[in-house]
Design a protein around this ligand. Structure first.
Ligand SMILES: Nc1ncnc2c1ncn2[C@@H]1O[C@H](COP(=O)(O)OP(=O)(O)OP(=O)(O)O)[C@@H](O)[C@H]1O
Ligand SMILES: [Mg+2]
Length: 240
C-alpha cells in the first residue's frame, strides 16, 4: 500500500517545480497507472517513492513505513524497475540475477525456481550465460524485470516498463501484474501507452506540470472530464 502526502520537488533552485504538493493513495490489490505528458513529473515522483531522490517536502509511506525515516524497511518490501535498464555490463545475466537474489535474501532453492520460471516466461534462458554488454535494450529490460520479481515484492513500482519489450513479453508482464495484484499485492507503474492503462489499471492518476489533475477508475475519470469515450480523449482534454 502506498500513501503519498504533500510531496514536492523542485530542480534548479526552485526554477522547475517538477512535483507540486502531490497526494496519492494506492491500496493493496490495486494496479495503479500513472500517466502524464513528457516532463510532467512521473519519474521524479517515482524516484522519491523508492528513495533515490529526497523530496523538498511531503512524505511517502509504503507498507506503513516512511521512505525518509526507514528506507531499508521500505526497500526490502518493494521492487523498482527504472525507465532505463542500466545493468552492470561486465556481469553475465545469471550473475546479475544471483546478485539481486543475494541483495534480497532469496534462499537457494526458491531462487533457482523463480529464476528458471521467469527466464522461461520472458524467453531469456538462452542468453543467461552471456555478458550483459551483449544484450539488446529489450533483453536488458527483461533481465531487470526478472531481478525485480525474484523476491515477490509487496509493492512493485515500474517506470515505463513496456518500452522495448516485444509484444509477447509485454503481454506476459501485463498478465503477471494482474496475478500479482489478485494476490493482494500492489503495482504502480507509469506509462504513455493509454490503451494498456485503460485495459489493465484499476485506477489511474494523471499528472501535469507536477500536479495531479485527475485520479480514479475509468468511470470516475469520465465524470471528471467532458470526454466520455476513450482514456486517450480524456487525457488529451485534461492535459490540454
Ligand atoms: N536532474 C534534473 N535536473 C533538472 N531538472 C530535472 C531533472 N530531472 C527532471 N527534471 C525536470 O523535472 C520535470 C519533470 O521531469 P520527470 O523526468 O519527472 O518527467 P516525466 O513525467 O517522467 O517525463 P517523461 O514522460 O518524459 O519520462 C521536467 O521539467 C524536467 O525537465
Ligand atoms: Mg519519466
Amino acid at each position: 500500500m502506498i500513501e503519498i502526502q504533500g510531496l514536492s520537488k523542485s530542480y534548479n533552485k526552485g526554477a522547475v517545480k517538477a512535483v507540486d504538493d502531490l497526494d496519492l493513495h494506492v491500496k493493496g490489490g490495486e494496479i495503479f497507472g500513472f500517466l502524464g505528458p513528457n516532463g510532467a513529473g512521473k519519474t521524479t515522483t517515482i524516484k522519491m517513492m523508492v528513495g533515490l531522490l529526497k523530496p523538498d517536502g511531503g512524505t511517502v509511506r509504503i507498507n506503513g513505513f516512511d521512505i525518509g525515516k526507514e528506507p531499508l524497511r521500505v526497500k526490502e518490501s518493494i521492487s523498482f524497475v527504472p525507465d532505463n535498464p542500466e545493468v552492470y555490463e561486465k556481469l553475465t545475466g545469471i550473475e546479475y540475477l544471483n546478485f539481486l537474489g543475494d541483495v534480497y535474501g532469496v534462499p537457494g532453492p526458491l531462487r533457482r525456481e523463480k529464476i528458471s520460471y521467469f527466464l522461461n516466461l520472458f524467453e531469456l534462458t538462452g542468453a543467461v550465460n552471456d555478458l550483459v554488454q551483449s544484450y539488446s535494450h529489450g533483453m536488458k529490460q527483461k533481465l531487470v524485470l526478472i531481478g525485480a520479481l525474484l523476491h515477490e515484492p509487496q509493492v512493485f513500482i515500474l517506470d515505463e516498463p513496456m518500452v522495448g519489450l516485444d509484444p509477447k513479453s509485454s503481454n506476459n508482464l501485463k498478465k503477471y501484474m494482474r496475478e500479482h495484484c489478485d494476490s493482494g499485492k500492489t503495482v504502480f507503474f507509469s506509462t504513455h501507452v493509454l490503451e494498456v492503462a485503460e485495459r489493465l489499471c484499476d485506477r489511474i492518476g494523471i499528472i501535469n506540470q507536477g500536479r495531479l489533475i485527475a485520479c480514479g477508475t475509468m468511470e470516475e475519470l469520465k465524470t471528471q472530464s467532458r470526454s466520455k469515450e476513450s482514456l486517450e480523449n480524456i487525457f488529451l482534454e485534461l492535459t490540454e
